[in-house]
Design a protein around this ligand. Structure first.
Ligand code: GDP
Length: 449
């Protein structure tokens, strides 16, 4: 697939009005665009102030032209940027004019795709461009920038290199089995495989924390009616979104609110009170509450501190999804006189709060943040689900290789697992990624990116 066959253009700045708007052009006809519209090519990488002219020579706008000749541009092709006045009509006129110069409109993500195809960025870095632009918090932006700079890709590449070394050694011993491969191999391979597994585990942990920064943490509030779930959602979110009444069973649907908890995007879901009910509407609400709980990273089981957790709460805790953290929130301590904050408890942590007075809420926020691994924040990568999948498949293949090594099943099997591991790692940078998946990834970018 040739990336340089045609020339593409798009408005690179967001729709709407702003001081400046930018039309970006990439491909072999980019220089021609500058000739036609702006009276000639400026010197490479130097801004030139020009009039932008229509086909009949009429002025459309004026502003700066920049020329980045191939291969030293963001896409690796000739790139022209026209910086005009940032109004939708001006930008439309400029883009329309550019499209009369043998240029076509870019598809979503096509600039990044060309950068990838021309070796300017690997796939993880191209994804980081989109993630940086879409970052909802400073921490998420920091993680995306680290990936964009290639730190994540470098770590993945180091692991791949180590695996290729191991694999070469094993395969050499398969080719020359007479040279005492089997016995001599077991000792150097095992510790090296162990070292790769440890490095992979560390990378997985950083990527998992990074993925929370991207996807956010999903917190689900469960509990009996009237214990203060909606009030808690409202004080955490700082508004009056969920209806709070003294009447049990108000929240029949699942109410969602997005908040940022010390830089971590958090989605909080308030659910119907869990209790046996004859009402069909309420039963549906309870059903939805459990469905929501299945998506939770963290379940907050809210109780009235005056009553404390009872039989029903113990049952709820048992039904909580295995992958989710669970905390009992003992609300209404202003009425019970209970202590605010984390309390000594059994297996499930308990926190005393009052949604009414605000006591204990900082401790609850800190607890949520800590359980998301925020205390070990430094150096996370804003990983996507796709990256985590690949890392997990790598880990599984390495575990299988280790089992084969320990079971002395023969080098072929070990080498096969190492190949699987290596391939899975290669998917992160795009080395072994299908055209379909590439298309899907870039199509999710927006136009002009
Ligand atoms: P939900 O059914 O669990 O969502 O409970 P709500 O949030 O609707 O609250 C039920 C009632 O308890 C309302 O009258 C709230 O004002 C009250 N309430 C909630 N939290 C507190 C609290 O911490 N202290 C006191 N005194 N009342 C509260």
């Amino acid at each position: 697939m040739s990336a340089t066959a045609d020339t593409i253009a798009a408005i690179a700045t967001p729709p709407g009005r702003g001081g400046i708007g930018i039309v970006r052009v990439s491909g072999p006809a980019a220089a021609e665009v500058a000739e036609h519209l702006a009276g000639g090519l400026p010197r490479p990488r130097r801004a030139a102030f020009r009039s932008f002219r229509g086909a009949a020579g009429e002025a459309l706008d004026h502003g700066l032209v920049l020329f980045f000749p191939a291969p030293h541009s963001c896409t690796g092709e000739d790139v022209i940027e026209l910086h005009g006045h940032g109004g939708p009509v001006v930008m439309d006129m400029l883009l329309e004019r550019v499209l009369t110069c043998g240029v076509r409109l870019a598809q979503p993500g096509e600039f990044s795709q060309r950068a990838y195809l021309n070796g300017k960025l690997d796939l993880a870095q191209a994804e980081a461009v989109a993630d940086l632009i879409e970052a909802g918090t400073r921490e998420a932006a920091g993680g995306a920038l680290r990936s964009l700079r290639g730190e994540f890709s470098r770590r993945v590449a180091e692991l791949r290199t180590a695996l290729i070394g191991l694999q070469a050694e094993l395969e050499a011993s398969i080719d020359f089995p007479d040279e005492g491969g089997e016995v001599a191999l077991a000792s150097p391979v095992a510790p090296r495989l162990g070292a790769v597994q440890a490095a992979l585990e560390a990378l997985c942990a950083q990527a998992r924390r990074g993925s929370l920064l991207r996807e956010g943490l999903t917190v689900v509030l469960l509990g009996q009616p009237n214990v203060g779930k909606s009030s808690l959602l409202n004080v955490l979110a700082g508004n009056d979104l969920a209806i709070v009444t003294a009447e049990p069973g108000t929240t029949r649907d699942v109410v969602r609110e997005h908040i940022a908890l010390a830089g971590l995007p958090v989605q909080i879901l308030d659910t119907a009170g869990l209790r046996d009910s004859a009402s069909a509407v309420e039963r549906e609400g309870i059903h939805r509450a459990w469905r929501a709980a299945e998506t939770a990273d963290h379940v907050l089981l809210v109780v009235d501190d005056r009553a404390g957790p009872g039989e029903s709460e113990r049952e709820t805790l048992q039904r909580c999804p295995a992958g989710a953290a669970c905390t009992v929130v003992r609300n209404k301590i202003d009425l019970s006189g209970g202590a605010p904050g984390l309390r000594p408890s059994g297996a499930t942590p308990e926190i005393g709060v009052s949604a009414l007075s605000g006591a204990g809420l900082d401790a609850l926020r800190a607890h949520l943040s800590a359980s998301a691994g925020r205390d070990a924040e430094a150096g996370v990568f804003l990983a996507r689900r796709r990256h985590l999948d690949a890392l997990e498949r790598t880990a599984a293949a390495l575990a299988a290789a280790r089992a084969a090594l320990e079971g002395e099943t023969g080098e072929e099997l070990i080498a096969e697992e190492l190949r699987h591991a290596q391939r899975a790692l290669g998917e992160i940078s795009g080395k072994f990624t299908s055209e379909d998946l590439l298309g899907e990834i870039f199509a999710s970018f927006c136009i002009g990116k």
